[in-house]
Write a protein that binds this ligand. Sequence first.
Ligand code: AMP
Ligand code: GLY
Length: 423
Amino acid sequence: MKALVLGSGGREHALAWKLLASPHIEEVMCIPGNGGTATLPGCRNMGLSLSDFEGIARVALVNNLSLVVVGPEQPLADGITDYLQQQGLKVFGPSQAGAQIEASKAWAKDLMMEAGIPTAASEVFTEVAPAIAYLEQQPLPIVIKADGLAAGKGVTVAPTRDEAIAAVQAAFEGKFGTAGDRVVIEAYLTGQEASVLAVTDGETIIPLMPAQDHKQIGEGDTGPNTGGMGAYAPTPVVTPEILDIIQEKVLEPAIAVLKQRGIDYRGVLYAGLMISPTGDPCVIEFNCRFGDPETQVVLPLLETPLDEVLLACAEKRLADLPPLRWKPASAACVVAAAAGYPEQYAKGMVITGLEAAAENGAVVFHAGTQLHQGQVKANGGRVLNVTALGETFDEALATAYAAIAEIQFESMYYRRDIGFRIR
Ligand code: AMP
Ligand code: GLY
């Protein structure tokens, strides 16, 4: 069968790569894809916009694509799944109603309260004065969140009251556009963050291997937040016992309330969690899609053909799928970025050493790259995701770092301390 992957990041390269490793998949098309999917045998890019639902449906129907996998949150929040399903296509990714779990933090908080899911205490505000009055009463640090999608920039962890007030004012003054029309003010949580990506057909929900990523640009987890500078799975922070608690107290209640609300959720439910020092999981946020770069470490560990899992979700028969099989290994991913990211950075630099990196035993997933006149060039802030497996985490990490040392492009930057929290 043939499949379509929507998106252009490292996550989508990993999805296409894993689908093509399945004995059932003959071809994958990517819209729009990147330099990695352009050079992946069996994969073909199509240069359409992700907002062109009609064009995407036409490509899927004309090319007889049996499954559409939606990578990023924006098209999900815009209703792409509803549109494609109406055209008779099978889609992995929730409906517009389901995507609210990521697209509105206030909506997600309300769902968590209704489901009794452990999460930080919070209040939602639509006006600046009551928000500031509330802030005055709260302990510090405190967390200010724009309600809507803000490309990962809508959250401020404020150590002082002045910074908290400034964040509230900025949101209401339109810093995040309409995403900041509502603001969630939330208690600060401590512990270790972990990502549990779970696949669901709206009835059954199955967690994938727990992962951790490094959100901040600088070593020691310092500096501004990014999309993620490295990741690894499985993480010892989420023990099998904690994963059982997450299944029982977070994932199953979330699906039950989604169902009660009449939402047919088929896709990934990604729980961003804080694991307290005593091992209690608390939800920081939900996402309605695969994590990036978590996907790049989770999928290489999966033995079950990916299309079997995604189709079982899209066709609402996940309960009949045999238990997922996993490689008894660890995976690590180091992200190579263009210097300046997550602020201003250059594009167009020629990338060399990709073959040598692969010969070193790594899989190099491309994030912001483009194939241009036969050369792979940097085309985004996060450029490459150098991923490796090993019997142990240390082995996986050593292979990933040996491989990234082979790669060069002007102004390349990567963190040297991926995994420091578990070593
Ligand atoms: P979010 O977009 O909700 O994932 O938030 C971005 C980042 O802000 C998270 O990955 C955390 O590092 C941090 N953060 C968000 N909410 C909290 C919280 N309640 N307590 C501590 N840190 C938080
Ligand atoms: N790695 C964080 C995310 O995908 O949201």
